[in-house]
Write a protein that binds this ligand. Structure first.
Ligand code: ZN
Length: 804
């Protein structure tokens, strides 16, 4: 959101939507959600145990108790012509700031959530007071806001005004939360009158006029109106919600086109949240596709190592990360909203849940948990989280700041219990490892989770009560060697990036012990493989630089990292690395220029836009060439090479694996046809010596094979299935010693521990091809290829999972 009359740098504005109305306690939905197969527990069902989340929540609760409601009502009363003796607030709530009033809406949501999450009636009492006073303001002038209705005249006539619908959204979202989470019926009455005002105001406009209005940030207004439709069954609210379908943003997303660069980031995220709620309300799959495509683009192409997005509040070109490190990266509202979106997508497609929830965990721990100042008794909050080397976090205050992120920070820190557990019938998802107690509504079952995660990599669930539970435990993609014990006995085979299912009758006292080993890894920026962040398991570590400002990324040799003995802490020479979420009050660096790392030896991003060259981003100059009818297309990230299945391939330089004693070959492929014996890659010197990967052998499954004695001497790894057509699929082969492992979509698909033909036995191969076989009779590959990488060692399962 940028105010027209001020520079972007000084305005610094964005927003967020209120708490998801559906799926929380209070009055039931009149209309069940369509296309949903997992459900949230109400906030009232989950209590946090001791730990960093409870600590954050406690500070925000202290602020909610402290703050003077009359100061937050001041400009509402003045605007309504009522008297007010309260001192005006400062910052973005000052009487001259056009966004005034938004924090009152955030406060309603935060109070409602704090009440639901703790049962402390002080929060409800303060929320009820705000609602009653807002009702008086609405009655006095028929319009409810902290600024005059003329702001909307300016908006509709194209004059400069900040973002009146954005502010209005915070208020209606807060009212809906007060209704749904605390049962305040007056809040619903005010809200329905306000919704009717929005409908009336917009129904006078033409479609073209409304689309013009939508160019100014309007927060999650569409989401709240869809939610209100679900709550009331009043079709007028559906009509009004759809007035806020912004075609300029939604149309490219529906076509799966990433046109986000250059748009204000947090203006767009709530449009995707509204879209998924529109799907739930109407069943229109276009809405769902918009939301999923948006999530894929933002998470995979526009997000930093901490899970946040945006530089200077704007989306940049895809995959620009190392080149976009500044003091204004990662606005906190953006991650608040991305988590809301992720949650709704989980409800929609829990089959992809591990991916949704891996991101959820990443952004929650590395961005939002650490965006609150632990030295502040009132939970003061960051606006941006700087990711330039030498950056430092800065925070809000009691009455003279009130940025958007101060507001969404109040909401974030009052709802940590909302995504630890989900359910569907007797199915229970355990998604996050946060100390907590779940009291399952309608069942005489309590689940207590005891953990000091992430400082330890274990968690214990204890069941009280009895009954059938189809327990699904998230096994994060970053772990390797996970173990699950039921009452002390090893159970199941945990696969990273999926759920481990334990479906049984449970009895009081049953325990489930989770062990999710964490490894130290580095994650490369997509635009510079030498620029990396360091993680221990899911936790991003930051170098601690005290008062020392930095003018360039510090260098790091990962081999020099030494554990200090304190959980999650390492040293690299004289520099201490500790969790970024614990990094406060000093300068830091999340990204490093990595030296001595086992970097990619060959890397083809396929992002060239013209010419026949395929450039090697690995630094070794091993460029390839498009051959036959090979062309370019849109890739999974950036561009991709498109092979036509008749004569197209990519010619790679000779000796690409010469001297290798071990290797990893990894790539993304989207098959247009699954042709038997076609080759994704085939590196060799003819039909006598080669190694290849085919998406389907004559046995019907994907195969890696290596031979130095012709076809009869092939040694193989055979996957359980062929590679699929029509979907981007990540495939990796590792080969070290006699062990070869084939991974599909980050998970091990098959292995052979008796490979006696070493990679080096092939010598300097001269026919190194992507998409073409050593055998002239084999078909060419019909596929798009992206991000083809060769490493000089066998990556671990955890490292493979991180390539996705
Ligand atoms: Zn913000």
């Amino acid at each position: 959101m940028h105010q027209p009359t001020l520079s972007r740098r000084t305005v610094l504005l964005a927003g967020a939507a209120g708490a998801a109305g559906a799926l929380l306690p209070g009055p039931a939905l009149a209309r069940p959600d369509t296309g949903v197969s997992a459900y949230a527990f109400p906030l009232t069902a989950v209590r946090l145990g001791a730990g960093p989340f409870a600590d954050n929540a406690g500070r925000t609760q202290a602020y909610l108790r402290f703050i003077d409601a009359d100061r937050l009502l001041h400009m509402f009363r003045v605007t309504a012509g009522l008297s007010s003796s309260a001192a005006p607030c400062g910052g973005w709530e000052s009487p001259s700031t056009e966004l005034r009033g938004h924090s009152t809406g955030h406060m309603l949501s935060a109070l409602a959530q704090a009440y639901a999450g703790t049962g402390d009636t002080a929060f409800k009492t303060k929320g009820d007071y705000l609602v009653a006073q807002l009702a008086l303001c609405q009655k006095a002038n028929g319009f409810l806001s902290a600024y005059p209705e003329s702001f909307f005249d300016r908006l509709e006539s194209g004059q400069s005004v900040w973002a009146p619908y954005y502010t209005l959204h915070k208020i209606v979202a807060g009212l809906l939360d007060m209704y749904q989470l605390t049962g305040n019926a007056q809040a619903r009455t005010i809200l329905e009158r306000k919704a009717e005002w929005i409908r009336s105001r917009n129904s006078r406009l033409t479609y073209a006029q409304r689309q013009q209005v939508l160019r100014t940030e309007f927060g999650g207004l569409g989401e709240t109106l869809f939610n209100l439709y679900q709550v009331t069954e009043n079709a007028a609210h559906l009509t009004t919600a759809q007035y806020f379908d912004h075609a300029q943003i939604l149309d490219p997303l529906a076509a799966n086109t990433d046109a986000l660069a250059g748009f204000h980031a947090n203006t767009q995220i709530p449009k995707a949240i509204a879209a998924i709620r529109g799907f739930h309300a109407t069943g229109t799959t276009r809405y769902r596709d918009i939301a999923v495509n948006f999530w894929n683009f933002v998470v995979r192409r526009h997000s930093y190592a901490i899970g946040g997005n945006s530089n200077g509040e704007y989306f940049q070109a895809p995959n620009r990360i190392a080149s976009e490190l500044s003091d204004t990266t990662c606005e906190c509202c953006n991650s608040y909203n991305m988590l809301k979106l992720t949650r709704q997508l989980f409800f929609t497609d829990p089959g992809r849940a591990a991916e949704w929830m891996d991101f959820y965990e990443k952004a929650l721990y590395n961005h939002l948990l650490g965006a609150q100042n632990p030295s502040s008794a009132h939970g003061f909050h960051c606006y941006y989280v700087p990711l330039r080397a030498g950056g430092i976090k800065s925070y809000s205050n009691d009455y003279d700041n009130f940025t958007c992120c101060h507001g969404t920070g109040m909401e974030t820190n009052t709802k940590f219990g909302d995504s630890i557990y989900f359910h569907n019938g007797t199915t229970l998802y355990v998604n996050l490892f946060i100390a907590s107690t779940l009291t399952w509504p309608g069942r005489d079952i309590t689940i207590t989770q005891a953990t000091t995660y992430p400082e330890t990599s274990t968690s214990r669930l204890t069941v009280t009560g009895s009954g059938q539970i189809d327990l699904r435990i998230r096994i994060p993609s970053w772990t390797s060697g996970a173990q699950v014990r039921v009452n002390g006995t090893l159970t199941g085979s945990p696969v990273p990036g999926s759920y481990l299912t334990i479906n049984r009758m449970w009895a009081s006292g049953d325990t489930v012990d989770l062990s999710l080993p964490m490894a130290l890894t580095t994650e490369a920026a997509p635009d510079n493989s030498a620029v990396r962040s360091v993680r221990h398991g899911p936790i991003v570590l930051a170098g601690q630089f005290g008062t020392q400002n930095l003018t360039a990324l510090p260098t790091l040799d990962p081999a020099s990292l030494r554990a200090t003995g304190v959980p999650l802490e390492y040293t690299a020479g004289s520099v201490l690395l500790r969790p970024f979420y614990k990094t406060h009050g000093q300068r830091y660096s999340v990204y490093w220029t990595v030296t001595g790392a086992p970097a990619t030896t060959v890397h083809y991003p396929f992002d060239e836009t013209s010419g026949g060259a395929v450039l090697d981003a690995g630094g070794g100059g091993r460029h390839g060439t498009l051959a036959g009818g090979a062309t370019r297309t849109t890739g999974r990230t950036g561009g991709a090479v498109l092979l036509n299945g008749s004569d197209a391939y990519v010619d790679l330089p000779s000796g690409i694996l010469t001297g290798a004693t071990a290797f990893t070959i990894a790539f993304w492929v989207r098959l247009d046809a699954v042709t038997t014996w076609s080759r994704v890659f085939d590196l060799g010197t003819g039909t006598g010596a080669y190694l290849f990967l085919t998406p389907r052998s004559s046995a019907g499954t994907a195969r890696y094979a290596i031979t130095s004695g012709g076809a009869g001497a092939e040694q193989q790894i055979n996957a359980p299935a062929a590679l699929p057509a029509g979907a981007w699929t990540h495939v990796a082969v590792t080969h070290t010693g006699t062990l070869g492992v084939l991974y599909v979509n980050g998970a091990e698909a098959a292995r052979n521990s008796a490979l006696t033909v070493a990679p080096g036995a092939l010598g300097a191969t001269t026919q190194n091809w992507i998409g073409r076989s050593q055998y002239a009779g084999d078909p060419y590959l019909a596929a798009a290829l992206d991000d083809f990488r060769v490493y000089s060692r066998a990556l671990s399962a955890s490292e493979i999972s991180q390539l996705q």
